[in-house]
Design a protein around this ligand. Structure first.
Ligand code: GDP
Length: 207
């Protein structure tokens, strides 16, 4: 991969506090503890850019990480995790307002990456999230995490089963492990395919 740099450029606690639109953005969503921070660190090539949480779901901010590869910049937007236990209704409402407010009106947003622990079954939360993105025309990628936890045969079975369940093409469901450092380049490839789609299908008619 070409020369790469990464840094935190903004945080936002509410939609009013969003940074000015600039480089294209990719949103990262996932259940708390799914491995989102670890994966973001690998994508950025920085060990501790996003904080790997000992207490799941503690931060309720959007974090904007700018990753520059060669001449191109992209913002990886870390959305607060969902599904944490025992939070008040107020907190849930605040989460929803922040996340939906960002996803619904963010002009530079190009795609959402749903982070899913390979060993967990898909819940209504994930199904709802993907349906919600689809309804708004936001392309989705699923990054399956912690793939090192399963032996290769079992892992391949899970990837196939989850792809079917998510109803996404194989190129949009990527098996990764932040710990074993695999799947990271493939995930970048899936992201790049959405950031820089080839123009047309090869037919360029000129009048
Ligand atoms: P987040 O809450 O979604 O940001 O998840 P974290 O990145 O904080 O990770 C949650 C827990 O899963 C931590 O204990 C991590 O060390 C562990 N974890 C994350 N990625 C991997 C992985 O690829 N393999 C394994 N075995 N554990 C991981």
């Amino acid at each position: 991969m070409s020369q790469r740099s990464a840094k935190l450029v903004a945080t936002a606690a509410d939609v009013e506090g969003l940074p000015r639109a600039g480089a294209p953005e990719i949103a990262f969503l996932g259940r708390s503890n799914a491995g989102k921070s670890s994966l973001l660190n690998r994508l950025a090539g920085r060990r501790e850019l996003a904080r790997v949480s000992a207490t799941p779901g503690k931060t309720r901010l959007l974090h904007f990480y700018e990753v520059t590869r060669g001449a191109r910049s992209v913002l990886l937007v870390d959305l607060p995790g969902y599904g944490w236990a025992r939070v008040s209704k107020d907190e849930r409402v605040r989460w929803q307002r922040l996340v939906e407010g960002y996803l619904e009106r963010r002009e530079p947003l190009r795609a959402g990456v749903l982070i899913q622990d390979l060993r967990r079954d898909v819940s209504d939360d994930e199904r709802e999230l993907l349906a919600w993105l689809a309804a708004r025309g936001i392309p989705a990628i699923v990054a399956l995490t912690k793939c090192d936890k399963l032996a290769p045969m079992r892992r391949a079975e899970r990837v196939r089963a989850l792809s079917r369940e998510f109803g996404l093409p194989p190129a949009r469901v990527i098996a990764t492990s932040a710990q074993a450092r695999f799947g990271i380049d493939l995930l970048w490839k899936a992201i790049d395919a959405l950031l820089h789609p080839r123009s047309g299908a090869g037919l360029e008619l000129r009048s």
